[in-house]
Each structure stands twice: as C-alpha cells, then as structure tokens.
Unconditional design. Sequence first.
Length: 531
Amino acid sequence: MAYESLRPADDGDAQVIRTFFEVSLDLLVVRELDGRVVRVSPSWETVLGWRPEEMEGQPLLRLIHPEDHVATLGSVVEVETRGPTDQVVGFINRYRHKDGSYRSLEWRARRVGDRIYGVARDATARVAAELALIEAKAAAEVANQAKTDFLANMSHEIRTPLNGVIGVIDALSHTDLTPAQREMVALVQGSGETLERLVSDILDVSKIEAGQLEVEIRPFALEAAVDGVIDTLRHQARAKGLAFDVARGATARGQFLGDCTRIRQVLANLLSNAVKFTASGSVGVRIEVAEPEAADAPALLTLEVQDTGVGFDPQQTAMLFQRFSQADATITRRFGGTGLGLSICQSLIEMMGGRITVDSTPGQGSRFTVELPLMRSESLAAYDAGLAARTAGAGRPTRDPTGQRVLRVLLADDHPTNQRVVQLILAAQGAEVVTVNDGAEALTAFESGPFDLVLMDMQMPVMDGLAATRGIRAHEAATPARGRTPVVMLSANAMAHHRDDAVAAGADLHVPKPITAASLLAGIGLVMASA
C-alpha cells in the first residue's frame, strides 16, 4: 500500500506526508474504521520491532495486551463517534513487541472522515516509574503504620514499669524522709519525669509525621490548665536557686474552647527549657488574654516565657524549631535532650491556629512568645458568678458525692507494681480499695457488690478493660436501680485513639500512665464532682 493511499492533494503533499512519517520519533498510524492499518511510521520498528509492511493491512488490535482489550475498545468507540473538530481522545495501553514483551504506549487519536489518525509515544519507562512510585508510597505507608504501631506498643511497655517508678517515688516523697533520702527521691523523680517526657515526645513526632495528631476542642478553665504547670516548674526553679515570677493579666481567667492538654504541654516545655538553660537569675511567665472587639470573634491568649539563661544568636535561633536539632553541639553536651520539644510546640501551636516566636541574646537570656486565638465558652461575668459554686461542689476526691464516707474503689490491673502504686496513693487518702487482676474479675466483683468508683487498666489478660467497661455499663442498664458508677481508665496506652476507645466503651475519663498522686486524685475529683 503506497503513501498515495492517504489521498494527498498533489505530489508535494505526498512528499510532505512521506517525510513526516519517516522522521517522526513518535509512532504514527492511519487506520480504517474496520481497524485495518493503512500506514504506520518506521518508528514502529524502532519501538516495537514491527516493520511497516508487516502491519499494513492488518488489524491494529491484534497487538494489544489481552488485559487492555476492553478499555481499548471503549477508547476506540469514543474516537470513532467523535467528529473532526472534537477534542482529541487520549489513553494508555500495552502493545506487544515482536520479541513477545509489551510496551506501554500513550495515545492521542482523532477521526477525520472514514479514517482514524493516531500518534503514540513510548511511555513504558514513565508508567513503570509511576507504578514504582505508587508501590513505594504504599510500602512507605505500611512502614509508617508499622512504625506508629511499634511506637505505641513500646510506649505501653515503657510506661508500665515507668508508672511503678514514678508512682512509688511520688508516694514515697509524701512520707517522712531524712534530708539525704529526700534528695535521692528528688533525683529519681526528676529522672523518671524526663524519661516520661522523652517517650511522649517521640510519640508526638510519630503522630505528626503520620498526620494523625489531632487537636481536641472542648471547654476548659484557663487557670486550671496553666496553674499546675506553673506550680511544678516554680518548684524546680527554686530548687536551682532561681527566682520565678508570674504575671497574670486581669482577664486571663475563665472558660475557653480549645485543647487544654496541648496548651499545658507547650507551656510546660517552654518553662522546662527556661529552667534547664538558666544557671542563675530568674525565669518568668506572663499570661494575658486580649478580649476581641466583636462578640463572635476569638480572644487572643498570650503565653510569654522569659529567662536569664544562655541565650542564642540569630543563627542558632533559626535552628531551634528544627526537629532533632538544638542550638549547637555544645548545648547538647551540656544540657542533653533530643531537640524535639520546640519542634513539637511549633507544630501544636500552628495546628491550633496560633504562632510561636523567640527573641534571644547570647548570655542574656531568651523570651518565647505564644499567641493563640481562643473562643470563650462563657462570659467572664458568668464565670466569676459560678466560680464559688463550682469550687464548693468539687468535694474531696476520695469522698463520695455526699461527703459522708470514704470511697469504695474497685481497681482492675494485672501488674502488681501498678496495683501497689494506686493502693499507696489512695491509702494515704483513706479510701477502701478492692483489687482484681483482669477485666473478668473486675466484672464479677462489680456485679457482686457496690462501688463508688472503678479504676480500670485498658490492656489486661482474659478480658481487657474496654470489654470489662462495656460489661459494667450493660450490667447497669439491666439493673437501673443501682445507678451509674464512674469509670476511670488508667492506661499506658496514651495515644488519642486509645482515649477515644475508652470513652466509646463507657469510661468517664482516661488518665494516662505513668500516674502520680496529683494526676490520679485530680481525675477522681473530676469524675466524682459530676457523679
């Protein structure tokens, strides 16, 4: 079949077509509507090994990969039913090479009259690269999930013995000790708290990288959110001989909507760094709330932490918020740490819609400023009016809501050290504690006798804490006269979805391990006040 079969207008046009076909690196083809090839370019032999004379007069579809037949036929119908002025149809399919292998071709085709004009480009390498990228992305997601699961499991395994260390030392610190013993207890406490913070930082980084870190918006009291952090760091600062100054604006109080846990985490990190990097002088914190001009606009919370510590030059300051980075190797050697804290703080603040900045001078100290928009959940006037009633209604955490007797507590935990930690804390408060070793025993004990409160570990043999909590709620539903008993989940599973699982199972509160007397009693007080 000759080039003249393309029906050129004259010999000059025929020469142009012949030249065009011969020089093209792409695969050119003209075919009839019945699928037979009229003409192909010599590039078919270069790419697929078929000489033009071997293809002319043959059906083009005979070379298509069997798995691509259906999709190709659909594209063919689309090309054939469109007019010459319609958009060019594009698709990718696989064609058989003369040696039996297959190549991926990317097509553009259009119908003109009773023929189809198409041009294809060898896309084998690109398709293979895209497939490899997809597979690599899938493998990375699997690996990332495996890393997240590993870190979650390691967190549980580390937090369980750490709970024993921190809990027992905390209980020991409230007993009569000699000055030397109290110093040793303080050293163990500090080391345990550092280790717990490192575990939490590594988990947070993992969640940030996986895009799984979430901000929880719920009502919280600003004073309660920051005062505990301030009191703890005030003690640490004074232990180093540092002055500790607190400035609080007149409107820096009340109920807001936000993630109080993350706000406390940021403030604790900034204050902890200030104390750590200051050898002499002072550490200060300023808390301000700027009220909005419009009633429906958020207030602006400002947390400012200032110290007279080592300080940083501009080049070092630029590195502070980089992950696994501190200002320089000297600081790493002198003060330790992973360089994760400020990176996490920046991520948390930005997720909450705020910003964090730093102003520092070498040898003179640093000032970190956090600005965070927060909506008030009630007006200041309403908050002030209800403050006395809320304070009076809290009661002692180890009393029942009437305040007439000590609490009878059911504790379910399979780890002897964890059991002893809770027993020591609650014994000092005069509570009666009944201890069981798994969820099944907890459910049996709950059904056989009344309790004011249930403290439930999440991960236990025989029956886990979630199943046991669901069983408790089912038993209460079957015996409505008994009423509802608060359930607090005490768990080394400290990630957000663990807390969600606990609440979904019927728990009133999730307190992550390692626990201290303060965290446990605060949790008990919270659920008992609302019981």
